[in-house]
Design a protein around this ligand. Structure first.
Ligand SMILES: [Zn+2]
Length: 225
């Protein structure tokens, strides 16, 4: 069961814990986002990648229960940017209306605000129920503790990450910059950067959208039909 869920959806605890001053990201981070070097892909042993169910993704967004300060158009735009960015994987993906959702049995994912579904995280993918639950409480906490932190960036990262699970990426990346990464396993092992620098050098080292290596992994597990 745990492998079906993103156990590390609390990936953004750093955003809650650190000062609100955003340090400038090192240039190597941008290179890592844009380029996936041979042999660079590395994952934590926490899941096995498999093709996206249904061979396509249709997403419907339900705004009910969203926290104040995140309006519907903003969240919808964030979902659309994530789907657009994952399109490099080759699996067709689109955001559909509530009316059109019935046309996509088996490939529909409901993006919703639900505390229970998110289990206190910013977001949680449930592949069995086909829901991507965003956590109103986590975003309210972020706004309260760190009002200068751009919540929209956190939202983008969370949606991009959780969507990656629906594209079939079940293992988390050990490359800090990948949107599918988590930073440390709680047992002293940490993610890697190309220059050996610490992910802690910036508030969030992880990209907001899938990186070149996220896309390479996604393509590998979803070969063209
Ligand atoms: Zn995850």
């Amino acid at each position: 069961m745990t492998s079906r869920l993103c156990r590390r959806a609390a990936i953004l605890s750093l955003a809650l814990a650190t000062a609100s001053v955003l340090a400038l990201a090192p240039p190597v981070r941008q290179q890592e986002i844009e380029q996936c070097l041979p042999g660079e892909i590395s994952t934590w042993p926490d899941g096995r990648d498999r093709p996206a169910a249904g061979g396509q993704l249709a997403l419907v967004y339900r705004h009910a229960g969203a926290p104040a300060g995140l309006d519907e158009a903003v969240v919808l735009g964030t979902v659309q940017r994530a789907v657009q960015a994952w399109s490099g994987c080759g699996v067709p993906g689109q955001v559909v209306s509530e009316d059109a959702a019935v046309l996509y049995p088996g490939s529909l994912v409901v993006v919703q605000w639900q505390e229970a579904g998110s289990r206190g995280n910013f977001g949680l993918a449930n592949l069995a129920q086909r829901t991507l639950s965003l956590g109103p409480g986590a975003f309210q906490l972020l706004a309260a503790r760190n009002p200068r932190h751009p919540a929209q960036q956190t939202l983008q990262m969370v949606i991009s990450h959780e969507l990656g699970h629906f594209y079939g990426l079940m293992a988390h990346s050990r490359r800090c910059v990948d949107v599918m990464s988590y930073y440390d396993n709680g047992r002293g092992e940490v993610c890697s950067t190309r220059d050996g620098g610490s992910y802690k050098a910036v508030t969030e080292y992880r990209a907001l959208l899938p990186t070149a290596c996220d896309i390479v992994r996604c393509r590998a597990v979803n070969p063209p039909r």
